[in-house]
Write a protein that binds this ligand. Structure first.
Ligand code: CU
Ligand code: ZN
Length: 179
């Protein structure tokens, strides 16, 4: 009787431990693998730069380098909804800003921002944009805020952070599908 009880207790304990280990390992492995890349296409269909995206616990870090942009200018940088870049039609194929929560556009809008809204970036005197941007509203997983398969976009003008639907940011100069 006593030994049967001890055996039962030991089996329960090891089952509990096994469940804990199984639950912990896939989560850690998934975290490590969450990176993505994106290759920018300019207005003339040439590759003009790249982005490396890495997911952290609270968002996605984007390291970006893009050439051939208007020198000495602040430009808008967004995540757009559709991962389709079509320079023949001014990248309109990428759709509007990524907006899974159906909010308004702009950091300074009453009911903003979109998850795809990001701060304006400055293009150097050589026409090259180099930036590291952290967006805490998106992920690289397959949940509602995931941006893999969507597009990064750089515009000709700065985002005014208020105007609907997209901050009056002008032409779409460079587009990249997040892969
Ligand atoms: Cu945009
Ligand atoms: Zn927006």
């Amino acid at each position: 009787m006593t030994s049967a009880l001890i055996t039962f207790a030991a089996a329960t304990l090891s089952a509990t431990l096994a469940a804990t280990v199984v639950a912990a390992v896939p989560a850690a492995a998934q975290m490590q693998s969450q990176t993505a890349t994106a290759s920018f296409v300019g207005k003339d269909d040439k590759e003009t730069g790249r982005a490396l995206l890495t997911a952290g616990k609270n968002g996605v870090l984007m390291e970006v380098e893009v050439t051939g942009l208007p020198a000495g200018t602040w430009v808008a940088f967004h995540v757009h909804e559709t991962g389709k870049c079509d320079p023949a039609h001014a990248h309109q194929s990428a759709g509007g800003h990524f907006n899974p929560d159906k909010t308004e556009h702009g950091f300074l809008a009453a009911n903003g921002p979109h998850a795809g809204d990001m701060p304006n970036q400055y293009v150097g005197s050589d026409g090259t944009l180099r930036a590291q941007v952290f967006n805490s509203m998106v992920t690289l997983d397959d949940k509602a805020n995931g941006i893999r398969g969507r597009a990064l976009m750089i515009h000709a003008k700065a985002d005014d952070n208020r105007s609907q639907p997209s901050g009056d940011a002008g032409d779409r100069l460079a587009c990249a599908v997040i892969k």
